[in-house]
Design a binder for this molecule. Sequence first.
Ligand SMILES: Cc1cc2nc3c(=O)[nH]c(=O)nc-3n(C[C@H](O)[C@H](O)[C@H](O)COP(=O)(O)OP(=O)(O)OC[C@H]3O[C@@H](n4cnc5c(N)ncnc54)[C@H](O)[C@@H]3O)c2cc1C
Length: 402
Amino acid sequence: MDFSLPPRVAEAVGKIRALFESDVLPLEAEMLRKRSFKAMLPELGAAREKVKAAGLWAPHLSAEWGGMGLGLTEHARISEELGRSPLGHYLFGCQAPDAGNMELLSHYGSPEQKAKWLAPLAAGTVRSCFSMTEPDLPGSNPTWLGTTAARDGDDYVINGRKWFTTGADGAAFAIVMAVTSPEAPPHLRASQIIVPTDTPGFELVRNISVMGEPGEDWASHAEIAYDDCRVPVTNLLGAENAGFFLAQERLGPGRIHHAMRWIGIAERAFEMLCTRAAGRAMSPGKQLGDKQIVQAWVAESRAEIDAARLYVMHTAWRIEQEGQQEARDAVSAIKFFTAGVLTRVLDRAVQAHGALGLTDDTILAWFWRHERAAHIYDGADEVHKISLAKRILQRHGLKGAR
Ligand SMILES: Cc1cc2nc3c(=O)[nH]c(=O)nc-3n(C[C@H](O)[C@H](O)[C@H](O)COP(=O)(O)OP(=O)(O)OC[C@H]3O[C@@H](n4cnc5c(N)ncnc54)[C@H](O)[C@@H]3O)c2cc1C
């Protein structure tokens, strides 16, 4: 078994580290000083140009669309590196939800959709969003949606309300999940439809304040009303009623990207935990790291992060070798397992910093506010635990597991 990095990935990691020192971390410090994301767009744009010039733009995307053309396991390692800063994925052109939308469009978009939507998205000249979750129905049951897209001549007319549409503020278009065949079996009811955000009837009601942050531009989560929002049927992505299938397709690779990003965050928090433990004098000649309870945090965090990384990388390898279906137990398990490692390590790092850990003088509080969500989005942990356990128990003969 060869655990070494492919040369092109090792080279990219080295270049990414250099760009983090020169550009990403200074911009992150600026962000923590509470400059608004919108106000920072010119500097962020300039840093993106440097990334492009270094040949590191859109690692997940094929060379045809200006990306690095990395495979899933290769991009997984890059995603860890970029995850070390909240700005990493954005600056390197592979941020959620755009990365998933690019993958959907490149696999299922018509030639016209690719030219109109994928090309500018891949170039980073526009952003997009993915609008599926609704305020009044459980996101954990994605087959139960209230938003409808009724066929009227050559158009769909979309009505409904969505929320937690990440990055809708300033996006050029949304990919909206809406019911097109209400009488069909649950998994065949909905379609994914491209809706330009300047379409009459598309209303960004508000950016939802999350953990005390109002949010703006890419760093936001919006509530959106679709009110007789009319788009041509040519905006349908993939086949009609294939929305759920497309959402599943997006899930496996997206899970790997997220989980490795979480590992990047955990690794950075771990380094901060260790630096603090080694450097914080608690009494003359005694450091925080001399306390056995802190030594246990360090040892447990090291083991947990390394275990999570191996698990996620192995899952990525299995998706590449065997396909998403064969790997689906692992795809479920890495979700809750890695989210748990992330929040445990973050919590230990915050705790070791004492009051400082709660301030915006370090990145820890920012990560804490934003990454608690890891247990909720991309399928709540409980949903993944239940479906994994059911599949395992069914293989052991449990009948009718619900
Ligand atoms: C930061 C963030 C970004 C997001 N971005 C997007 C986006 O870009 N686009 C989008 O469409 N959505 C997005 N979402 C929404 C996300 O997909 C949903 O929040 C998620 O699917 C959970 O749905 P819900 O919030 O409606 O919770 P519910 O489905 O109401 O579930 C509430 C809780 O119930 C428990 N639960 C649920 N099902 C079960 C079960 N079967 N058994 C036991 N317990 C269960 C879980 O603990 C869960 O947290 C985002 C969410 C967050 C937090």
